[in-house]
Design a protein around this ligand. Structure first.
Ligand code: SMG
Ligand code: MG
Length: 383
């Protein structure tokens, strides 16, 4: 292929994009993951690969196969990428210019994020800069927490939690739902003691009328209650926080830095779970971090059952100074028997932040190909 170099706005020569691919794959989870909205037994994957001049940038879409966590789902992401986002691309589109170009498309944060991340990875690899350095990381490793799905019985729950603590996880998050909340939390707190960093996540399963019930969690000294009420009911979370003493953390509701600012201004939450995929990408995620850091609001990095590609990028973000709480950044073995990259391994309760260019890790292409159902060239730029 002819050499395609371009003079970037920064005055430096860089490689142009010659090809974009959408890859669909599927990977089984080591155990079913049950939340208040459903059970995941495998992960439907959508990767975006941006290539040019021998460099490939990767993005992993965080959307699930069904629109149960939020309105987005993986087939929908692929569709909106193909119909409305990829047509906005040029050979010299950057993550930053892409973010501006798609700002007029409402919603579809997870679709925006996967392409923006692949573009960012592409340009950072080209420039030899790690994502962590680009974002302003100050930590070389991050404390790992683990998200524990709803279990069939309290005995099962205690066994699973014990296993994760034996692995070295520094914080436990319990998924809860109405009818499965106070007693499991009590059992975990009683069994593992007051020192355990413990929090819960309801994935929007409660109503404001459950406020008194949720206040019963106060006695367990939790770090936070994550997203108790529906995504749209930001103001109701402010009401709830007047009844419940445990800090409220928002996940699904926080779709942008503007929403984060408003939520903090009205007292809807005092902690924020930042997921780049949920807010349209790393550029917006960094804005939320910076806003919270300025205000002294703690943040932590959420997870969406990512494979190594998405996990590597999340770790770079989680290394920013405002990420003072352990995230749902668990080891590869918590999710998969074999990850698509070299596995992320827990060492002393931490995961290392990749230091190589871009996201700092490459997929094992043979293995990835073996779980791939299709890989489509969607944009080819020929001289
Ligand atoms: O990646 O460890 C992970 C999953 C963490 O609980 C987790 N994610 O609401 O925060 C959340 C959920 C969303 C995905 S549930 C299938
Ligand atoms: Mg959550």
């Amino acid at each position: 292929m002819a050499a395609t170099r371009w003079l970037g706005r920064d005055g430096r020569w860089g490689e142009m994009i010659s090809e974009i691919r959408l890859r669909r794959a599927r990977i089984d989870l080591v155990s079913p993951f049950r939340t208040s909205f459903g059970v995941e037994t495998s992960r439907e994957l959508l990767y975006v690969e941006v290539s040019g001049e021998g460099t490939t940038g990767w993005g992993e879409c965080v959307a699930m196969s069904e629109p149960m966590y939020s309105s987005e789902y993986v087939d929908g992401c692929e569709s909106v990428l193909r119909r409305f986002m990829l047509p906005l691309m040029n050979r010299d589109t950057t993550a930053q210019s892409f973010a501006r170009a798609v700002s007029g498309i409402r919603g579809h944060y997870m679709a925006k994020a996967v392409l923006e991340t692949a573009l960012l990875d592409f340009q950072l690899r080209r420039d030899g800069v790690s994502l962590g350095t680009f974002l302003g990381a100050t930590q070389t490793r991050v404390r790992s927490g683990v998200s524990v799905g709803i279990q069939p019985s309290i005995d099962d729950l205690l066994r699973v939690v014990q296993g994760y603590l034996d692995d070295g996880y520094q914080r436990i998050k319990l998924k809860i739902e109405p009818g499965c909340d106070i007693e499991p939390v009590r059992a975990v707190r009683t069994t593992f003691g007051d020192e355990l960093l413990l929090q819960v996540d309801a994935n929007s399963a409660y109503q404001l009328s459950d406020a008194e019930h949720l206040a019963r969690l106060d006695e367990f000294d939790l770090l936070l209650i994550e997203q108790p009420l529906p995504e749209e009911q930001v103001a109701s979370h402010a009401q709830l926080s007047k009844v419940v003493r445990t800090p409220i953390c928002l996940d699904e509701s926080i779709l942008s830095a503007d929403v984060a600012r408003e939520a903090l201004d009205i007292g809807a939450c005092s902690i924020i779970n930042i997921k780049p995929g949920r807010v349209g990408g790393f550029l917006e995620a960094k804005k939320i971090h910076d806003l919270c850091y300025e205000r002294g609001v703690a943040v932590w990095c959420g997870g969406m059952l990512e494979t190594g590609i998405g996990r590597a990028a999340n770790l770079a973000l989680a290394a920013l100074p405002g990420f003072t709480l352990p995230g749902d950044t668990s080891a590869s073995s918590r999710y998969f028997t074999r990850d698509v990259t070299a596995p992320f391994v827990l060492r002393d309760g931490h995961l290392d932040v990749p230091t190589g260019p871009g996201i700092g890790i490459d997929p094992d292409t043979d293995y990835l190909d073996s779980i791939t159902s299709r890989s489509d060239k969607v944009l080819v730029c020929d001289e």
